[in-house]
Design a protein around this ligand. Structure first.
Ligand code: TXA
Ligand code: MG
Length: 372
């Protein structure tokens, strides 16, 4: 058996006849595991050995490593080609928030208003797609926080993520399981397309139910809340608990506080342009196009572009009925499909609304369209 990237040979023997693994003349193949007792045990063993395992969450697939093992965490940055200045989210097991953040976060550093808001937000939204940026515990490796005084934490709401955290027995760091700047994966097949040969295994939990990343909110020492990334939890929901400053999540800062919020991100290889309305094409030379609508009838868009002289290679409407949850769930898979259809350009229509999940959809499309 050809040396599988970072996988202990003894463990591979233990697995018996290779299932997701085959010898392709020296090219390592990612081990595909089903999330039963055997798959969870194997994943936890790989993580304990310092290897990387891609895991499903309710938002997108994450690339997991032991949160307290710098030697393993370094492999995440290498596999993703991610710059070291971009810090990672620590994923926590289910349990009372004050207990599960112990040794990761230092809540005592927060003023009482900050501790109250931590309690209220976690009460309402954990487990779930809300990441909180909080004062770090000194035990947390610098690689996790990129040397910052804060650490990002969340408690995922997915049975497979929670089963893996339990089997592993400690917190896991996990960025989205894609190469840096590329489209986040929402299925095990997407993970393979991004990271084949670079990681030990992928735990296949099917499609991610939410489809966009968690919403990131910083709780400052004085208790002020700042939105750092719009995501799967609408900011309006958070504002029912406490006011949220939104300025940080908008705009194209060269050095955003959440470095993952660089202006170009979530980007297909095919150039993507954003337009207001796909039913009235702008003038331009005929070209081979892929069309993406957030809602509405895909055929109306196709006909309008064909009438304007273009070749429409493929067209996707994320939710014909305008259901934003469905649109968010389908967004990244649609971007991958359109990226692979052989078009010269993807023309995407802006979200009809920027409230609720429309904010996250608009943000991802905006970044996908930013110039290289
Ligand atoms: O839904 C999610 O959040 C997924 C799943 C796998 O949990 N994870 C994810 O991770 O989206 P990633 O690494 O692709 O994005 C994490 C973002 C980055 O933009 C990073 O800059 C920001 O979180 N971040 C992490 N720690 C931070 C900190 N201490 N201060 C500010 N931003 C932070
Ligand atoms: Mg990411």
């Amino acid at each position: 058996m050809v040396g599988h990237h970072g996988t202990p040979i003894a463990l591979l023997r233990l697995l018996g006849p290779p299932k997701g693994l085959c010898d392709t003349g020296g090219t390592p193949i990612v081990l595909s595991l089903v999330p039963d007792g055997h798959g969870l045990y194997t994943s936890a063993e790989l993580l304990r050995a310092g290897d990387l395992v891609a895991m499903p969450t309710e938002t997108v697939y994450g690339l997991a490593a032991d949160a307290f093992a710098p030697a393993a965490i370094v492999k995440i940055f290498d596999a993703k080609e991610r710059p070291r200045f971009d810090p990672l989210i620590v994923h926590l097991p289910e349990g009372p928030p004050d207990d599960v953040v112990e040794g990761v976060v230092e809540l005592v550093v927060l003023a009482s208003r900050g501790r109250e808001r931590f309690g209220a937000l976690t009460d309402h939204f954990w487990p779930g797609p809300l990441t909180l940026v909080l004062p770090r515990h000194p035990r947390i490796p610098d690689l996790v926080t990129s040397g910052r005084e804060t650490v990002a934490v969340r408690m995922p709401d997915h049975p497979v993520t929670q089963a893996l955290l339990e089997a592993f027995g400690g917190p896991l760091v996990a960025p989205s399981a894609n190469r840096f700047g590329s489209i986040s994966p929402t299925s095990a097949a997407d993970v393979r397309a991004e990271l084949e040969g670079r990681i030990a295994a992928v735990l296949d939990g099917g499609r991610c139910p939410l489809g966009v990343e968690s919403t990131i909110v910083a709780i400052d020492r004085d208790g002020a809340l700042r939105l750092l990334r719009p995501g799967a939890l609408p900011v309006e929901d958070i504002e029912t608990v406490a006011p949220v400053e939104r300025a940080m999540a908008r705009g194209d800062t060269a050095a955003p506080e959440s470095p993952g919020q660089l202006s170009r991100h979530y980007a297909p290889g095919t150039p993507l342009v954003l337009v207001d309305d796909l039913e009235t094409p702008a003038e331009g030379p005929p070209s081979r196009l892929a069309l993406l609508r957030v809602s509405g009838d895909p055929d109306l868009a196709r006909r309008a572009y064909e009438a304007a002289g273009h070749t429409v290679v493929d067209v996707v409407s994320l939710s014909r009925g305008g259901d934003l949850a469905e649109a968010a769930r389908e967004l990244f898979a649609a971007l991958r499909r359109l990226d692979d259809c052989g078009a010269d350009t993807i023309v995407a229509e802006r979200s009809p609304t920027s409230s609720g999940l429309g904010f996250a959809i608009e943000d991802r499309l905006q970044r996908a369209s930013a110039l290289r």
